[in-house]
Design a protein around this ligand. Sequence first.
Ligand code: SAH
Length: 194
Amino acid sequence: MPRISLVNVAQLAVKSVLRQGDIAVDATLGNGHDAVFLAESVGPGGHVFGFDVQRQALVSSYQKLLASDLQRRVTLHLVSHAELLEVMPESVLGKVAAVMFNLGYLPGGDKAVITQVDSTLKALAAACRLLAKSGIITVLAYPGHAGGDAETERLTEWMRSLNPDQFKMDLVLSQFDKPGAPRLFILRKWGDLL
Ligand code: SAH
């Protein structure tokens, strides 16, 4: 069986929702792979807002975008995703088609800088408000590292507490599931929270 990573599963799920001209958010830029994917998917008429707390992540994302001439479609913010609602233009409230989170630490970067459960949950609540009807949120969580286990546990509780009339949640486990393997939460919005 070919190995499909959860990164690919998340992108496939988002791709099935995104249309040209859409607005999307990369809540954890990291090295910019999802930002490039989102910028390609929304096309020249769309826009992507990217967030990270490390300058290195913004630089590396910008370089990747530049290499594909996608930089004009993306606004990069050196700001915590917990500030999503404060930073995003008010005009996009309820109009964002997709928000992607890839938690944990920056590959190749400082492993001490990891996403924190309180800001992650605040960002998720904000993402739910930004999301358009039929919009999608993907959260790739890594319970295998210190802090990631508690974060994943709290995330699971939070996902289960969502109103099922407003959100449908799917949990995708790694193909080689073992304790500590990454897991992907996919949230789809049915109703309208606004
Ligand atoms: N672990 C993943 C990559 C995760 S990158 C993998 O292996 O593919 C996670 C990114 O989230 C890092 O670049 C980190 O700087 C960023 N991050 C941490 N806290 C954040 C916050 N509060 N807001 C936005 N980004 C954050």
